[in-house]
Design a protein around this ligand. Structure first.
Ligand SMILES: [Zn+2]
Length: 326
């Protein structure tokens, strides 16, 4: 139940931005060109200057073998303008050369490589098109328009024993196009490196910012706790002060009572200790109401004053009524 609910939630592909359900994401990742391109670019940067991951799908696209279409689609989406330009340029070059034109015919490269492997007793690796096992050939010297000998990138031998056609042999048949193709891939690698670096810097900055925000929040929390502690101390101090004042007041009252009773006792001569104790207990007896007499004494003057005022008012009213009546 819970799993079904989770699978029904919306999800967005981080690579292509397509919106789907979470349940559909696993299948999408397998198909997502943007996702594949990201993985391909990472691997390309790791493997550079080995450009096999580009050369192989490029050759399959050139020879129209219907192999390696996923990688070709990913690279096309990465740099459509240059990918299409390089592909069209190579195709033109192959079509213009009678020998190379044969290779564009379906299955010719595949058949050659299969036979070469078979003769060498090696396994058939198609659709893999291997790299040249020999190093880069020495540059060739050719005269330019002014009659000066200029060094040019050379072609690799097209085939190798036990392999048949290989990447460099096919692609270097037009050395200047091969240089352009390598430059295109080198640019991709460089751009990717810079972006990863930039992202790394931004990530580090974000992390640093987050850390400082955490630290500030911690500091504010500590300050708040300090303030609360001070407040609590202040409250305790106030309470203690109040208790002290109350104790002093109680003592003053007790002393005053003791003085009043002391005079009384003096007249009655010495009282036995038990009597003194009772007196002492009497002082703190909560049932005793010594406040009644003082309260009455305090209220009486106000009572008499208000009576006087009421009398005066009544007299004034009576006088006024007498004056108004004819
Ligand atoms: Zn996607």
């Amino acid at each position: 139940m819970a799993e079904a609910a989770i699978a029904a939630l919306d999800a967005t592909c981080a690579y292509c931005g397509e919106i789907m359900t979470r349940g559909e994401m696993a299948a999408h990742v397998q198909l997502c060109t943007a996702h594949r391109l990201d993985a391909l670019l990472s691997a390309l940067v790791q493997a550079a200057p080995d450009y096999t991951s580009v050369f192989e799908p490029f050759l399959h696209a050139l020879l129209e073998t219907n192999e390696d279409g996923d990688r070709a689609t990913a690279w096309l989406s990465h740099d459509p303008r240059r990918w299409r330009f390089m592909l069209a340029s190579y195709r033109r070059h192959f079509e213009d050369n009678p020998q190379l034109k044969l290779l564009l015919e379906t299955g010719w490269v595949r058949e050659t490589n299969c036979k070469a492997a078979e003769q060498a007793g090696e396994p058939d690796v198609w659709p893999h098109i291997p790299q040249a096992s020999s190093g880069e050939p020495a540059p060739e010297l050719w005269p330019d328009a002014d009659g000066h000998l200029v060094s040019h990138p050379a072609r690799w031998p097209m085939q190798e024993e036990g392999v048949g056609f290989h990447q460099q042999g096919l692609l270097s048949q037009n050395p200047s196009l091969f240089e352009s193709l390598k430059r295109m891939v080198a640019d991709w690698v460089e751009t990717r490196r810079q972006r990863v670096e930039q992202l790394g810097v931004e990530e580090a900055q974000e992390e640093a910012q987050e850390r400082s925000q955490h630290a500030q929040a911690g500091m504010r929390r500590a300050q708040l706790q300090d303030a609360q502690a001070q407040q609590a101390q202040l409250v305790v101090a106030q309470e203690e002060q109040e208790e002290r004042v109350q104790a002093q007041q109680a003592q003053v009252v007790a002393e005053a009572r003791a003085r009043v009773r002391g005079g009384h006792h003096a007249r009655r001569a010495s009282s036995p200790p038990r009597e003194a104790l009772r007196e002492l207990l009497h002082v703190v007896d909560p049932d005793e109401q010594p406040q009644v007499a003082p309260t009455l004494a305090t209220v009486l003057p106000y009572l008499s004053l208000s009576l006087t005022l009421t009398l005066a008012l009544v007299l004034t009213l009576a006088q006024t009524v007498a004056q108004v009546q004819p």
